[in-house]
Design a protein around this ligand. Sequence first.
Ligand code: AHG
Ligand code: MN
Ligand code: MN
Length: 327
Amino acid sequence: MEASRIAQSIGFTLDRFIKNNQDQFQYASGELSQLLRDIALASKVVNREVNKAGLIDIMGPLGSQNMAGDDQQKLDVLADIRFTRALKKGGEVCALISEESESYEDLNNNGKYVIAIDPLDGSSNIDVNVSIGTIFSIYRRISKVGSPIQQEDILQKGSEQVAAGYILYGSSTMMVYTTGHGVNGFTFEQSLGEFFLSHPDMQMPDNGKIYSINEGQSNSFSESVKKYVQDCKDKKMTARYIGSLVADFHRNLLKGGIYIYPSTAKDPEGKLRLMYECNALAFISEQAGGMATDGKTRILDIQPTALHQRVPFFVGSKKMVELAQSF
Ligand code: AHG
Ligand code: MN
Ligand code: MN
Protein backbone atom coordinates (compact mmCIF):
# COMPACT_ATOMS: atom_id res chain seq x y z
CA MET A 1 0.00 0.00 0.00
CA GLU A 2 2.70 2.42 1.11
CA ALA A 3 4.81 1.51 -1.95
CA SER A 4 1.95 2.12 -4.36
CA ARG A 5 1.12 5.41 -2.66
CA ILE A 6 4.71 6.62 -3.06
CA ALA A 7 4.79 5.43 -6.65
CA GLN A 8 1.54 7.25 -7.31
CA SER A 9 2.87 10.52 -5.99
CA ILE A 10 5.48 10.57 -8.77
CA GLY A 11 2.52 10.86 -11.14
CA PHE A 12 2.27 12.12 -14.68
CA THR A 13 5.24 13.45 -16.58
CA LEU A 14 4.66 16.51 -18.74
CA ASP A 15 5.40 14.40 -21.84
CA ARG A 16 2.75 11.85 -20.98
CA PHE A 17 0.24 14.55 -20.09
CA ILE A 18 0.79 16.33 -23.42
CA LYS A 19 0.42 13.05 -25.31
CA ASN A 20 -2.70 11.96 -23.42
CA ASN A 21 -4.40 15.30 -24.05
CA GLN A 22 -3.34 15.73 -27.64
CA ASP A 23 -6.79 14.94 -29.06
CA GLN A 24 -8.21 18.01 -27.27
CA PHE A 25 -6.52 20.20 -29.90
CA GLN A 26 -8.57 21.23 -32.86
CA TYR A 27 -5.77 20.11 -35.20
CA ALA A 28 -4.46 16.99 -33.47
CA SER A 29 -1.50 16.33 -35.71
CA GLY A 30 1.06 16.10 -32.92
CA GLU A 31 2.97 19.22 -33.98
CA LEU A 32 1.66 21.42 -31.20
CA SER A 33 2.55 18.64 -28.75
CA GLN A 34 6.06 18.56 -30.14
CA LEU A 35 6.28 22.34 -29.88
CA LEU A 36 5.31 22.25 -26.21
CA ARG A 37 7.96 19.59 -25.66
CA ASP A 38 10.57 21.75 -27.41
CA ILE A 39 9.71 24.62 -25.07
CA ALA A 40 9.97 22.35 -22.04
CA LEU A 41 13.36 21.10 -23.19
CA ALA A 42 14.71 24.61 -23.75
CA SER A 43 13.40 25.63 -20.34
CA LYS A 44 15.40 22.81 -18.72
CA VAL A 45 18.56 24.18 -20.34
CA VAL A 46 17.72 27.73 -19.22
CA ASN A 47 16.89 26.42 -15.75
CA ARG A 48 20.35 24.85 -15.55
CA GLU A 49 21.92 28.15 -16.51
CA VAL A 50 19.76 30.15 -14.11
CA ASN A 51 20.87 27.82 -11.30
CA LYS A 52 24.50 28.54 -12.13
CA ALA A 53 24.08 32.32 -12.03
CA GLY A 54 26.78 33.57 -9.68
CA LEU A 55 29.12 30.66 -10.41
CA ILE A 56 29.88 31.42 -14.03
CA ASP A 57 29.93 34.70 -15.90
CA ILE A 58 26.25 34.99 -16.82
CA MET A 59 25.10 37.65 -14.38
CA GLY A 60 24.95 41.37 -14.93
CA PRO A 61 24.37 43.65 -17.88
CA LEU A 62 25.55 42.86 -21.36
CA GLY A 63 26.10 46.55 -22.11
CA SER A 64 23.41 46.68 -24.81
CA GLN A 65 19.72 47.51 -25.03
CA ASN A 66 16.83 45.65 -26.67
CA MET A 67 14.27 47.26 -29.01
CA ALA A 68 12.14 48.50 -26.16
CA GLY A 69 15.15 50.32 -24.71
CA ASP A 70 15.58 47.93 -21.75
CA ASP A 71 19.16 47.16 -20.72
CA GLN A 72 19.87 43.60 -21.77
CA GLN A 73 21.24 41.21 -19.19
CA LYS A 74 23.49 38.34 -20.19
CA LEU A 75 20.80 35.84 -19.20
CA ASP A 76 18.18 37.64 -21.33
CA VAL A 77 20.29 37.01 -24.39
CA LEU A 78 21.32 33.50 -23.35
CA ALA A 79 17.71 32.46 -22.75
CA ASP A 80 16.70 33.98 -26.09
CA ILE A 81 19.38 31.90 -27.85
CA ARG A 82 18.31 28.69 -26.07
CA PHE A 83 14.63 29.04 -26.95
CA THR A 84 15.30 30.18 -30.52
CA ARG A 85 17.61 27.22 -31.15
CA ALA A 86 15.17 24.68 -29.71
CA LEU A 87 12.28 26.09 -31.75
CA LYS A 88 14.36 26.25 -34.92
CA LYS A 89 15.45 22.65 -34.53
CA GLY A 90 11.89 21.51 -33.78
CA GLY A 91 10.60 22.79 -37.14
CA GLU A 92 7.00 23.43 -36.04
CA VAL A 93 7.42 27.22 -35.84
CA CYS A 94 7.37 29.46 -38.92
CA ALA A 95 7.90 32.77 -37.14
CA LEU A 96 9.27 33.73 -33.75
CA ILE A 97 8.52 37.04 -32.03
CA SER A 98 10.86 37.77 -29.14
CA GLU A 99 11.22 40.62 -26.70
CA GLU A 100 14.90 40.61 -27.54
CA SER A 101 14.58 41.15 -31.32
CA GLU A 102 13.26 44.16 -33.21
CA SER A 103 11.55 42.13 -35.90
CA TYR A 104 10.16 38.59 -35.97
CA GLU A 105 12.47 35.81 -37.06
CA ASP A 106 11.59 33.46 -39.94
CA LEU A 107 12.27 29.94 -38.69
CA ASN A 108 10.74 27.39 -41.05
CA ASN A 109 8.28 28.24 -43.80
CA ASN A 110 6.75 24.80 -43.46
CA GLY A 111 5.97 25.35 -39.79
CA LYS A 112 2.32 25.83 -38.83
CA TYR A 113 2.80 27.88 -35.68
CA VAL A 114 3.79 31.40 -34.71
CA ILE A 115 5.27 31.89 -31.27
CA ALA A 116 5.74 35.05 -29.20
CA ILE A 117 8.13 34.84 -26.27
CA ASP A 118 9.60 36.79 -23.38
CA PRO A 119 12.62 34.50 -22.92
CA LEU A 120 13.59 35.96 -19.56
CA ASP A 121 11.05 37.92 -17.55
CA GLY A 122 12.11 39.82 -14.45
CA SER A 123 15.68 40.54 -15.60
CA SER A 124 16.28 43.00 -12.78
CA ASN A 125 15.95 40.09 -10.34
CA ILE A 126 18.61 37.81 -11.89
CA ASP A 127 21.53 39.20 -9.93
CA VAL A 128 19.75 39.14 -6.59
CA ASN A 129 18.58 35.52 -6.66
CA VAL A 130 14.87 36.32 -6.91
CA SER A 131 12.39 34.37 -9.07
CA ILE A 132 12.38 34.99 -12.81
CA GLY A 133 10.47 33.41 -15.68
CA THR A 134 9.76 32.77 -19.36
CA ILE A 135 6.42 33.58 -21.02
CA PHE A 136 5.13 32.21 -24.35
CA SER A 137 2.09 32.46 -26.65
CA ILE A 138 1.41 30.11 -29.56
CA TYR A 139 -0.78 30.88 -32.61
CA ARG A 140 -1.68 28.94 -35.76
CA ARG A 141 -0.41 30.71 -38.85
CA ILE A 142 -3.19 32.09 -41.07
CA SER A 143 -1.35 32.11 -44.41
CA LYS A 144 -0.74 28.90 -46.34
CA VAL A 145 1.95 26.56 -45.03
CA GLY A 146 5.06 26.91 -47.21
CA SER A 147 4.31 30.51 -48.25
CA PRO A 148 6.16 33.54 -46.85
CA ILE A 149 4.97 34.88 -43.49
CA GLN A 150 2.36 37.62 -43.66
CA GLN A 151 1.57 40.49 -41.31
CA GLU A 152 -1.74 38.75 -40.45
CA ASP A 153 0.18 35.71 -39.12
CA ILE A 154 2.21 37.88 -36.80
CA LEU A 155 -0.27 40.41 -35.44
CA GLN A 156 -3.04 38.11 -34.16
CA LYS A 157 -5.33 38.92 -31.26
CA GLY A 158 -4.76 37.10 -27.98
CA SER A 159 -8.10 35.34 -28.46
CA GLU A 160 -6.48 33.42 -31.34
CA GLN A 161 -3.87 31.77 -29.09
CA VAL A 162 -3.95 27.97 -29.30
CA ALA A 163 -1.68 27.60 -26.29
CA ALA A 164 0.15 29.79 -23.81
CA GLY A 165 2.23 29.30 -20.74
CA TYR A 166 5.09 30.31 -18.55
CA ILE A 167 8.05 28.79 -16.79
CA LEU A 168 8.82 30.07 -13.32
CA TYR A 169 12.39 29.64 -12.10
CA GLY A 170 11.58 29.98 -8.41
CA SER A 171 12.10 28.03 -5.21
CA SER A 172 11.23 25.19 -7.55
CA THR A 173 10.94 25.42 -11.32
CA MET A 174 7.44 25.11 -12.76
CA MET A 175 5.83 25.10 -16.15
CA VAL A 176 2.19 26.23 -16.27
CA TYR A 177 0.30 26.15 -19.54
CA THR A 178 -3.09 26.01 -21.20
CA THR A 179 -4.31 24.85 -24.58
CA GLY A 180 -7.76 26.30 -23.91
CA HIS A 181 -8.92 23.34 -21.81
CA GLY A 182 -8.03 24.54 -18.33
CA VAL A 183 -4.66 25.27 -16.80
CA ASN A 184 -2.18 22.70 -15.54
CA GLY A 185 1.05 23.17 -13.62
CA PHE A 186 4.12 20.92 -13.67
CA THR A 187 7.02 20.98 -11.23
CA PHE A 188 10.55 20.16 -12.36
CA GLU A 189 12.19 17.27 -10.55
CA GLN A 190 15.91 18.05 -10.81
CA SER A 191 17.33 14.58 -10.25
CA LEU A 192 15.03 12.94 -12.82
CA GLY A 193 15.22 15.90 -15.21
CA GLU A 194 11.44 15.77 -15.77
CA PHE A 195 8.44 18.02 -15.21
CA PHE A 196 5.67 16.26 -13.23
CA LEU A 197 2.03 17.26 -12.99
CA SER A 198 1.77 18.90 -9.57
CA HIS A 199 -1.10 21.39 -10.04
CA PRO A 200 -3.89 19.82 -12.12
CA ASP A 201 -6.76 22.03 -13.29
CA MET A 202 -5.62 25.24 -11.59
CA GLN A 203 -8.36 27.66 -10.54
CA MET A 204 -7.80 31.26 -9.56
CA PRO A 205 -9.81 32.21 -6.46
CA ASP A 206 -12.67 34.56 -7.44
CA ASN A 207 -11.49 37.08 -4.88
CA GLY A 208 -8.34 37.65 -2.89
CA LYS A 209 -6.44 39.85 -0.47
CA ILE A 210 -3.29 40.59 -2.44
CA TYR A 211 -2.68 43.61 -4.65
CA SER A 212 0.53 43.88 -6.66
CA ILE A 213 1.55 47.22 -8.12
CA ASN A 214 4.74 49.30 -8.14
CA GLU A 215 3.60 51.99 -5.71
CA GLY A 216 6.82 53.91 -6.17
CA GLN A 217 5.20 55.20 -9.36
CA SER A 218 1.95 56.19 -7.64
CA ASN A 219 2.41 59.95 -8.15
CA SER A 220 1.82 59.40 -11.84
CA PHE A 221 -1.08 56.92 -11.61
CA SER A 222 -4.45 58.07 -12.94
CA GLU A 223 -6.98 59.25 -10.34
CA SER A 224 -8.96 56.02 -10.74
CA VAL A 225 -5.93 53.78 -10.13
CA LYS A 226 -5.00 55.91 -7.11
CA LYS A 227 -8.53 55.47 -5.77
CA TYR A 228 -8.46 51.72 -6.33
CA VAL A 229 -5.14 51.39 -4.48
CA GLN A 230 -6.54 53.51 -1.63
CA ASP A 231 -9.56 51.18 -1.52
CA CYS A 232 -7.18 48.19 -1.18
CA LYS A 233 -5.54 49.94 1.78
CA ASP A 234 -8.89 50.83 3.36
CA LYS A 235 -9.78 47.15 3.15
CA LYS A 236 -6.45 46.27 4.81
CA MET A 237 -5.38 44.11 1.93
CA THR A 238 -1.83 42.80 1.53
CA ALA A 239 0.68 44.45 -0.83
CA ARG A 240 3.06 42.03 -2.59
CA TYR A 241 5.29 43.02 -5.50
CA ILE A 242 8.25 40.96 -6.65
CA GLY A 243 8.97 42.83 -9.89
CA SER A 244 8.95 39.63 -11.95
CA LEU A 245 5.59 39.50 -13.67
CA VAL A 246 5.58 35.69 -13.87
CA ALA A 247 6.25 35.33 -10.16
CA ASP A 248 3.72 37.98 -9.13
CA PHE A 249 1.12 36.42 -11.43
CA HIS A 250 1.80 32.88 -10.23
CA ARG A 251 1.39 33.82 -6.58
CA ASN A 252 -1.88 35.61 -7.30
CA LEU A 253 -3.10 32.66 -9.39
CA LEU A 254 -2.62 30.34 -6.43
CA LYS A 255 -3.68 32.65 -3.61
CA GLY A 256 -6.10 35.10 -5.23
CA GLY A 257 -5.08 38.66 -6.00
CA ILE A 258 -4.71 41.37 -8.59
CA TYR A 259 -1.62 42.50 -10.52
CA ILE A 260 -1.66 45.99 -12.01
CA TYR A 261 0.82 47.74 -14.30
CA PRO A 262 -1.07 50.92 -15.20
CA SER A 263 -0.03 53.77 -17.44
CA THR A 264 2.51 56.01 -15.72
CA ALA A 265 4.30 59.23 -16.61
CA LYS A 266 7.34 57.18 -17.66
CA ASP A 267 5.29 54.62 -19.60
CA PRO A 268 2.01 56.22 -20.74
CA GLU A 269 0.88 52.98 -22.42
CA GLY A 270 1.95 50.92 -19.42
CA LYS A 271 5.22 48.99 -19.40
CA LEU A 272 4.20 45.45 -20.25
CA ARG A 273 4.12 44.09 -23.77
CA LEU A 274 0.86 42.82 -25.23
CA MET A 275 2.26 40.13 -27.51
CA TYR A 276 4.66 38.28 -25.24
CA GLU A 277 3.67 39.18 -21.69
CA CYS A 278 0.01 40.18 -21.37
CA ASN A 279 -1.72 37.89 -23.89
CA ALA A 280 -0.32 34.66 -22.46
CA LEU A 281 -1.16 35.57 -18.87
CA ALA A 282 -4.59 36.86 -19.91
CA PHE A 283 -5.36 33.52 -21.61
CA ILE A 284 -4.16 31.56 -18.58
CA SER A 285 -6.07 33.73 -16.12
CA GLU A 286 -9.33 33.38 -18.07
CA GLN A 287 -8.82 29.63 -18.35
CA ALA A 288 -8.38 29.52 -14.57
CA GLY A 289 -11.53 31.59 -13.95
CA GLY A 290 -9.75 34.97 -13.64
CA MET A 291 -9.85 38.09 -15.79
CA ALA A 292 -7.49 40.45 -17.66
CA THR A 293 -8.15 43.92 -19.07
CA ASP A 294 -6.30 47.12 -19.95
CA GLY A 295 -8.71 48.94 -17.63
CA LYS A 296 -11.44 49.11 -20.29
CA THR A 297 -11.02 46.36 -22.87
CA ARG A 298 -10.49 42.62 -22.48
CA ILE A 299 -6.79 42.02 -23.22
CA LEU A 300 -7.55 39.08 -25.55
CA ASP A 301 -9.74 41.32 -27.75
CA ILE A 302 -7.06 43.95 -28.43
CA GLN A 303 -5.91 43.97 -32.04
CA PRO A 304 -2.12 44.38 -31.96
CA THR A 305 -0.70 46.94 -34.34
CA ALA A 306 3.00 46.50 -33.50
CA LEU A 307 5.19 43.65 -32.23
CA HIS A 308 6.41 45.49 -29.15
CA GLN A 309 3.13 47.25 -28.33
CA ARG A 310 2.61 48.04 -24.66
CA VAL A 311 -0.69 48.04 -22.77
CA PRO A 312 -1.83 48.88 -19.25
CA PHE A 313 -2.44 45.52 -17.54
CA PHE A 314 -4.95 44.52 -14.86
CA VAL A 315 -4.97 40.75 -14.27
CA GLY A 316 -6.05 38.36 -11.55
CA SER A 317 -9.05 37.26 -9.54
CA LYS A 318 -12.25 38.05 -11.39
CA LYS A 319 -14.02 40.08 -8.71
CA MET A 320 -10.92 42.16 -8.04
CA VAL A 321 -10.32 42.99 -11.70
CA GLU A 322 -14.01 43.85 -12.11
CA LEU A 323 -13.85 46.15 -9.12
CA ALA A 324 -10.62 47.83 -10.33
CA GLN A 325 -12.26 48.35 -13.71
CA SER A 326 -15.34 49.89 -12.12
CA PHE A 327 -13.14 52.65 -10.67
P1 AHG B 1 11.47 42.04 -18.48
O1 AHG B 1 12.50 41.61 -17.48
O2 AHG B 1 11.07 40.91 -19.40
O3 AHG B 1 11.84 43.29 -19.22
O4 AHG B 1 10.12 42.36 -17.70
C1 AHG B 1 10.14 43.19 -16.57
C2 AHG B 1 8.74 43.56 -16.25
C3 AHG B 1 7.95 42.56 -15.42
O5 AHG B 1 8.53 41.34 -15.21
C4 AHG B 1 7.75 43.25 -14.09
O6 AHG B 1 6.52 42.94 -13.57
C5 AHG B 1 7.90 44.68 -14.42
O7 AHG B 1 8.77 44.75 -15.51
C6 AHG B 1 8.45 45.47 -13.27
O8 AHG B 1 8.55 46.79 -13.64
P2 AHG B 1 8.85 47.94 -12.57
O9 AHG B 1 10.26 47.71 -12.10
O10 AHG B 1 8.68 49.20 -13.35
O11 AHG B 1 7.85 47.80 -11.47
MN1 MN C 1 9.01 40.58 -19.12
MN1 MN D 1 12.28 39.76 -20.71
